[in-house]
Structures are given as structure tokens and as C-alpha cells.
Design a binder for this molecule. Structure first.
Ligand code: COA
Length: 179
């Protein structure tokens, strides 16, 4: 199985994976809107025997706080989806690990995610409140953060704001972020 950046020709397959994994069109639509806006600095597919079986996207997140030009550069993980028949085989974990590496390589400081702490904790995510970073969804300990280099969030704090496309989904709050 190969993990590689999404390509133009993957659009239909990515849409299918997102729709099947989430059981509806919302996340696929969100992915397409973020792509159209160029707000998908890291977008990876897992390809097995020529078939797209998983997709993970990271989008820019703003940190509202008393920052000047030195504001930490954040991305948010999600939506991430693996074909239902292929879940539980390590594909999602590989997408996440490869995505974190790409985010680091692109110079991002940290990643946030809204989801199950038992799952995302495996990759080093800890409650974002440890860094005094809040979220717009009242998510508590399900909102997590990961420093891409040690100390990247030292002295950080503020409200993490996802791209406006997340708020424009039909469902509220965005189900894309939960697991
Ligand atoms: C979440 C998801 C991307 C994980 O991909 P995956 O390929 O199944 O994950 P992996 O095989 O790498 O890891 C599986 C492990 O994560 C756990 N896990 C998988 N999905 C989980 C979920 N929704 N919540 C909590 N734990 C989950 C499994 O219990 C499994 O644990 P184990 O290794 O102890 O057996 C995939 O299950 C999926 O597409 N789910 C539907 C869409 C979704 O909820 N996306 C996440 C929100 S953006």
C-alpha cells in the first residue's frame, strides 16, 4: 500500500471514500471546498492495488491570541476516512503518521484534532487545554493538540479557529471532526 499526496484524478475516489466512511455527503463536500480554496496544505491518499482506500486532509487553523508575526502555525487534522471494509487494518494510522511528517516538513508548528482521545493519543495528541488552546465547539478533552517540534506551543494559548468551510456544512457542529 502506498501513501501519497492527492492528485487531480483522485477526486471521484476521494469523494467515494469520504461518503462511505461517514455515511453521507458532508465531509466529501467539505474536502472539495477546502481543496477549491487551496486550504489543504496536506492531503494524502492511501492506495492499495490501484484503489484509493483512505484519505486524510489537514487544513490551516488560526490561533486567536496576543500574537504578532510569531503566531504558531497550526493545521487541523480532518476529515480523515478509510473505506469501511478496510478499517481497523492500520490504514488510518499510516495516513495520520505520514500526514504529521508532511506538516512538519512544511514548517507547521502544531496540529489540532477533534476526536477520540484513545485513538489520537496514540500519535502523541494531548488535550489542547494543556497548551491553553480552546476550540469553538465546546469539545473539552476531545479537542487535542500535538507539537510538531518540542516546545512549539510553549507559551501559546488562544482560540483555535478552523476554516470557515467547516461551519458551512449542513450539520452543526461539524461531525467531520468527531470519531
Ligand atoms: C477513524 C478512521 C479514519 C480510522 O482508520 P482505520 O484505518 O480504521 O484506523 P487504524 O486501523 O489505523 O486504527 C484502528 C484502531 O483505531 C481504533 N479506531 C478506529 N476508528 C475509531 C474511532 N472512530 N474511534 C475510536 N477508535 C477508533 C480502532 O479501535 C483500532 O484500535 P486497535 O488498533 O486497538 O484495534 C476510520 O475508522 C474511519 O474512516 N472512520 C469513519 C470516519 C471517521 O470517523 N473519521 C474520523 C473523524 S475525522
Amino acid at each position: 500500500m502506498e501513501i501519497r499526496p492527492v492528485e487531480r484524478g483522485d477526486a471521484a475516489a476521494v469523494r467515494a471514500v469520504q461518503e462511505l466512511a461517514f455515511g453521507g455527503p458532508g465531509e466529501a463536500l467539505l474536502v472539495e471546498r477546502l481543496q477549491a480554496a487551496g486550504a489543504d496544505p496536506v492531503s494524502l491518499v492511501a492506495v492499495d492495488e490501484g484503489r484509493v482506500v483512505g484519505h486524510a486532509l489537514f487544513s490551516p487553523v488560526e490561533l486567536d491570541g496576543p500574537y504578532g508575526p510569531d503566531a504558531p502555525r497550526l493545521v487541523g487534522l480532518g476529515p480523515i476516512a478509510v473505506l469501511p471494509k478496510r478499517q481497523g487494518q492500520g490504514i488510518g494510522s499510516r495516513l495520520i503518521r505520514a500526514g504529521l511528517d508532511d506538516c512538519r516538513a512544511q514548517g507547521f508548528d502544531a496540529v489540532v484534532v477533534l476526536g477520540d482521545p484513545a485513538f489520537y493519543g496514540r500519535f502523541g495528541f494531548v488535550p489542547a487545554s494543556n497548551f491553553r488552546i480552546g476550540n469553538e465547539y465546546g469539545a473539552g478533552a476531545r479537542f487535542m493538540a500535538l507539537e510538531l517540534r518540542p516546545g512549539a506551543l510553549a507559551g501559546a494559548g488562544g482560540l483555535a479557529r478552523y476554516r470557515h468551510e467547516f461551519a458551512e456544512l449542513p450539520a452543526e457542529p461539524p461531525p467531520t471532526l468527531g470519531t
